[in-house]
Design a protein around this ligand. Structure first.
Ligand code: ADP
Ligand code: MG
Length: 273
């Protein structure tokens, strides 16, 4: 049976300088859920995730992790239960990849914070899973954007949290690593971890996520199956008129393709000529 891990109740937030509002959002994330968060730029995805991670205090509403008020959980204890990967990571210190991933184990350290043999094994497993083993001696400051994203995911995985909140972790990943990344996340979800991922890749969300939250202008438009969410995107033309929604030929899940409506004019002109 699935248990409720993260309960977000009537969260609202306002950025005072601009007056932009996140408007009364509620949702529950259960063990084993693989949830995608989608929505246009500026719809409030990162703000919601920061509140869910206990980083931003909401103006009103509550976030409970395993029944406890998130802002009352000590940071080290919170890191044992929740992994959070922010949208922007700008490493300033010259740590190597293995050191960065090992930092994920600090929340479990006792006393002096020394790395144990068990920690080393977990770090090695996380490097294998994220295909970062060959990068282990490289400086984090000298990696490509996509390589760095994989290292940061490995570091969050090394925390062995019950829930992961990931803000656009796919930025800079090539197609192979995008699919590998989502496969890996769904394997963790199958083992009971709750995974919440902000992504602009609707096709990957469709293929892998159990449920999708669509945010629009700071509001929860819909939190439902991928089929229902794609239906709403099409109905409200959330992104653009120039999108075509299909069923994937192999598993019938919704898939979206951009459509160049200008190209029709080209075809018409060809016919005339
Ligand atoms: P998303 O992640 O969906 O692109 P964000 O949650 O980052 O959206 O931002 C939502 C809105 O809040 C945007 O209009 C953005 O410009 C604004 N915003 C984000 N961070 C701040 C901030 N620190 N101060 C003022 N406005 C902000
Ligand atoms: Mg964002």
């Amino acid at each position: 049976m699935k248990n409720c891990l993260l309960k977000i109740e009537n969260i609202s937030y306002t950025y005072v300088h601009t007056g932009w509002k996140l408007d009364s959002i509620s949702l529950s994330i259960n063990t084993g859920d693989f949830v995608g968060i989608v929505g246009p730029n500026g719809s409030g995805k990162s703000t919601l995730l920061k509140i869910a991670a206990g980083i931003l205090p909401p103006v009103s509403g509550r976030v409970h992790l395993e029944g406890k008020h998130i802002r009352k959980i000590p940071r080290k204890k919170l890191a044992q239960s929740m992994g959070y990967l922010p949208q922007q990571i700008n490493p300033v210190f010259d740590f190597n990849v293995e050191e960065v991933i090992s930092m994920g184990r600090f929340c479990h350290s006792k006393g002096m914070g020394l790395i144990t043999q068990e920690d080393r094994q977990i770090v090695a497993d996380c490097m294998q899973a994220t295909e970062t083993f060959s990068l282990r001696n490289r400086s984090i400051t000298e990696l490509s954007g996509g390589e760095r994203q994989r290292v940061m995911l490995a570091s969050v995985l090394a925390q062995q949290p019950g829930i992961m909140l990931l803000d656009e972790p796919m930025t800079g990943l090539d197609m192979h690593h995008q699919v590998a990344f989502f496969k890996l996340l769904s394997q963790f979800a199958a083992k009971g971890m709750a995974v919440v991922v902000i992504t602009h890749d609707l096709n990957l969300a469709s293929q892998f996520c159990d449920k999708v939250l669509l945010l629009n202008k700071g509001r929860k438009e819909i939190f439902d199956s991928v089929e229902k969410v794609f239906g709403r995107i099409e109905q409200l033309e959330i992104y653009s008129k120039d999108l075509s929604i299909f069923k994937h030929p192999l598993n019938q899940k919704p898939a979206v393709l951009p459509y160049n409506s200008e190209s029709e004019k080209g075809i018409e002109n060809d016919k005339i000529n």
